[in-house]
Design a protein around this ligand. Structure first.
Ligand code: PSV
Ligand code: MN
Length: 388
């Protein structure tokens, strides 16, 4: 796409989903550094998410994590979001924190533990009914630490059985997004370690099951854009969990470690029509802001996705195709590099001004006084955090 008005229209209609847990305290297993003004409940998380949307105009959806965001009345939480100009997005199930899950959840050798895990997943679909959410995001920490610990195929059978039961419970407009992760917390086998395993399970399940690509969940050097292109071709790319990493699953701000990789991924999305709402690709963030201020970090992350998107949309696709078809390797590569090297910040500033927004979202947030207000008002109570 190179028509500027079409690029601007695409940028204005982009939707980036932010994670509720990104607004809470987080850290590593060594230390969680608390910050002042952090939300104490899901309502306050939504209040913060509304600030991100106010500053960027493209972040109206918030993913929830259950039980971290459990409330008595999910329909009420959904109404609260609506009043803020937001809506509730993917429901992230959590079958990794209970003591019962030491040997896994849906693939645990104990049928009682498997039942408990499946019941939680079914409960998440009930919550989706109340919130109007489309996506049930499933990530399983299941796996083994030692060779011989459990039967790899038996674990796949148990996983498959659980997925089928949950799939049957989905409504017509709901879907399962099955996330994969190479390792951690399991260090020998992981039951859904890669896109191929996720894809195979999703194929067996049917059209309402798709793969979610968390950019931090691969071995170093993995060509993530190939995976993205392949899944889009198959109609099986459900969405992204964006973040960036230097070493493993670092959960740093998307685009911070390798903006070129983010561009290459979004180029495949653009080229294969993945930005069109009908393809249903969810552009979610899944990050933790351990040492940086959280709300401006989420704003920065949204901007990083916007910048990579703008560059991807600026690729001269006709010239690229011609160069590819004629075997002109250098021209093809330089078409891509020209788009990547373009400074799209003035374009995005213009787009924001046309939407009635401040051209500099981080500055707008800083000037809003919100940070000072939450530091003053959110005193007492228990701060929300990853895992709590
Ligand atoms: C697992 O590492 C993961 O990426 C899953 O998406 C979880 O739900 C999320 O992180 C929690 O931070
Ligand atoms: Mn994730």
């Amino acid at each position: 796409m190179s028509d500027l008005s079409a690029v601007k229209a695409a940028l204005k209609s982009q939707v980036i989903e932010t994670p509720s847990w990104g607004y809470g305290n987080s850290g590593t297993r060594f230390k969680v550094f608390t910050q002042q003004g952090v939300p104490r409940d899901p309502f306050e998380k939504l209040d913060d998410a509304a600030q991100v949307h106010a500053a960027t105009g493209v972040a109206p959806v918030v993913s929830l994590h259950i039980p971290w965001d459990r409330v008595d009345d999910f329909a009420g939480l959904s109404r609260y979001a609506k009043d803020l100009g937001l809506r509730l997005g993917g429901i992230n199930a959590n079958v990794f924190q209970d003591d019962a899950y030491r040997l896994g959840s849906v693939a645990n050798p104990d049928p009682g533990v498997r039942r408990r895990a499946i019941d939680h997943l079914l409960e998440c679909v009930d919550i989706m009914d109340a919130t109007g959410s489309r996506d049930l995001k499933l990530w399983f920490a299941d796996g083994t630490n030692y060779p011989g610990q459990d039967d790899i195929v038996a674990r796949q059978d148990r996983l498959s059985h659980a997925l089928s039961e949950v799939y049957e419970r989905l409504g017509d407009d709901q879907r399962i997004l099955l996330e994969y992760k190479l390792f951690e917390p399991s260090f020998y086998t992981t039951d859904v370690p890669d896109w191929g395993t996720s894809y195979a399970h999703c194929l067996t399940l049917g059209d309402k099951a798709q793969v979610v690509v968390d950019t931090g969940h691969h071995a170093p050097g993995t060509n993530i854009e190939f995976i993205v292109a392949f899944l889009l071709r198959q109609g099986k790319l459900g969405g992204f969990d964006f973040n960036s990493r230097f070493y493993a699953d670092d959960d740093l701000m998307v685009g911070a470690a390798d903006p070129f990789q983010l561009f290459r991924i979004l180029h495949e999305v653009a080229k294969n029509d993945g930005f069109a709402p009908r393809t249903g690709v969810a552009f979610m963030l899944d990050q933790c802001h351990n040492i940086e201020a959280k709300i401006p970090a989420v704003i920065r992350s949204v901007m990083n996705v916007q910048e990579a998107t703008a560059k991807a949309l600026l690729v001269e696709t006709d010239v690229l195709r011609e160069a590819q078809n004629s075997g002109d390797v250098l021209t093809a590569n330089s078409v891509l590099m020209d788009a990547y090297n373009a400074d799209v910040r003035p374009l995005l500033a213009e787009v924001r001004q046309e939407q009635g927004l401040d051209p500099d979202p981080v500055a707008a947030y800083r000037a809003s006084g919100w940070q000072q207000r939450i530091v003053k008002e959110r005193v007492g109570g228990v701060q929300a955090g990853w895992g709590a």
